[in-house]
Design a protein around this ligand. Structure first.
Ligand SMILES: Cc1ncc(COP(=O)(O)O)c(C=O)c1O
Length: 410
């Protein structure tokens, strides 16, 4: 399978505005089919869930279909798909629920590589319950998170290991399967932040060994909806706070209030979009199921993005006025750098003036930017590739950053 980027770009109305959207790590643009699915849900009439009339039935149908779509995206069981507004909210909810089992002497392990949304909820829950927090450290020269350190970090008192499947600033993809296996060997649960990995690679929660896997649809061409997937049997053992009349079953008891039904229809369309990104020659056999199509398509995405990323980091690495952070062996296509003589904000402003969108700051990778020593100086510049970016946009970014070289230093 290959990815035909001009066909892909044509699906996104927003991409016609002349900007190079290299800010996808903070949130992607949305294809017309997702916009239409959301509008169609409203147009056709939707009531609240659980009622006796057809518009309510449509809401129930959307929720069920959304769980199936997210299960196909991640390899999970639809009955273990918890829906919510975003990853941060759901992670706080699960940290609150899981930490009721923790007490003094128990331990949780977080990593310095992670987005703060997979650190602070656990640190704060540990503080409330009296549990101890242990930190997995990043090798700053490479931004690798060595899995071997978990042997020393884990003990029979470890209750939970929280780790990211990919760093949202340097792209590092740690060996989650090894870390989860180590966690399981001492009886701990593994909570995996898949927000940055999911848009870039095929995901299979079972082979990762993730007991919980979180992702947010707005990072992969969908609306602002988050999900955490888990084994329904594990969810059956957990009892979050809930309203008295709210669902008692799984996964409904983890979901608070009324769902954003129309947006959930958009999530289904976004999964369909991902499943259709790769194109095969007409003679090639077509995968049977949506799950198979997602896996084949995301393999093509990974390969396509990897080629652009090689050019991006190769070009930046050659510029003497640019300092690049991270060089892990397995990476999502996300670059983090500083430019001599400019604050990250100034770089982002100069690029924005040339219609190039990049992020500046800590990007909520609070611990990692601190470990890099960049927190006080405004963090760094983040340029990320997603499947709708093309070679011309990468060249525009490289040319614009090259322009920032002091005379003769480039
Ligand atoms: C790796 C990672 N984890 C977690 C989050 C938080 O996700 P949400 O905005 O859905 O709460 C983000 C958002 O940028 C992220 O990049």
């Amino acid at each position: 399978m290959i990815l035909d980027v001009s066909r892909v770009r044509a699906a996104y109305p927003a991409l016609s505005d002349g900007y190079a959207y290299l800010d996808g790590a903070a949130g992607t643009q949305v294809p017309a089919k997702v916009i239409e699915a959301i509008a169609d849900a409203y147009r056709s009439g939707i009531g609240n869930a659980g009622g006796a009339f057809p518009a309510s039935g449509r809401a129930d149908g959307i929720v069920a279909e959304c769980r199936r779509a997210l299960a196909d995206l991640t390899g999970a069981d639809p009955q273990g798909v918890i829906l919510g507004p975003n990853m941060t909210t759901l992670t706080y909810r699960l940290a609150d629920t899981l930490s009721r089992r923790w007490g003094p002497g128990d331990e949780v392990v977080v990593s310095r590589l992670d987005h703060d949304a997979n650190i602070r909820p656990w640190v704060q829950a540990a503080a409330r319950s009296g549990a101890t927090v242990r930190w997995a450290e990043v090798d700053i020269s490479t931004a690798e998170l060595p899995a071997a350190q978990y042997d020393d970090l884990l003990s029979e008192r470890t209750r939970l290991v929280a780790v990211t499947a990919a760093s949202n600033i340097v792209g590092t993809r740690p060996d989650v399967a090894a870390i989860a296996a180590a966690a399981h060997s001492v009886g701990a649960l593994c909570y995996v932040d898949g927000v940055h990995a999911t848009p870039h690679v095929p995901v299979d929660v079972r082979s990762l060994g993730a007991d919980f896997y979180a992702t947010s649809a707005y990072k992969w061409s969908g609306p602002h909806i988050g999900t955490v997937v888990a084994d329904p049997a594990l969810l059956e053992t957990l009892h979050p706070d809930k309203l008295a009349p709210a669902p008692v079953g799984v996964p409904g008891r983890f979901e608070r209030g009324t769902a954003a039904f129309a947006d959930l229809a958009g999530v289904v369309a976004a999964v369909e979009h991902l499943a259709a990104l790769g194109s095969s020659p007409p003679s090639a056999p077509r995968p049977d199921t949506r799950r198979q199509r997602v896996l084949a398509s995301m393999t093509a995405v990974e390969q396509y993005e990897g080629q652009l990323f090689t050019r991006l980091v190769g070009g930046l690495a050659r510029m003497r006025h640019v300092t690049l952070y991270g060089n892990a062996a397995r990476r999502a296509p996300t670059a983090f750098f500083t430019v001599t003589g400019y604050t990250p904000r100034q770089v982002a402003e100069r690029l924005a003036a040339g219609k190039i969108n990049v992020w500046n700051g800590d990007n909520y990778a609070w611990e990692l930017t601190g470990a890099f020593g960049l927190r006080e100086s405004g963090g760094g510049v983040r340029a990320g590739i997603v499947h709708y970016n093309d070679q011309a946009e990468v060249e525009r970014l490289l040319a614009a950053v090259a322009e920032l070289a002091p005379d003769g230093v480039r």
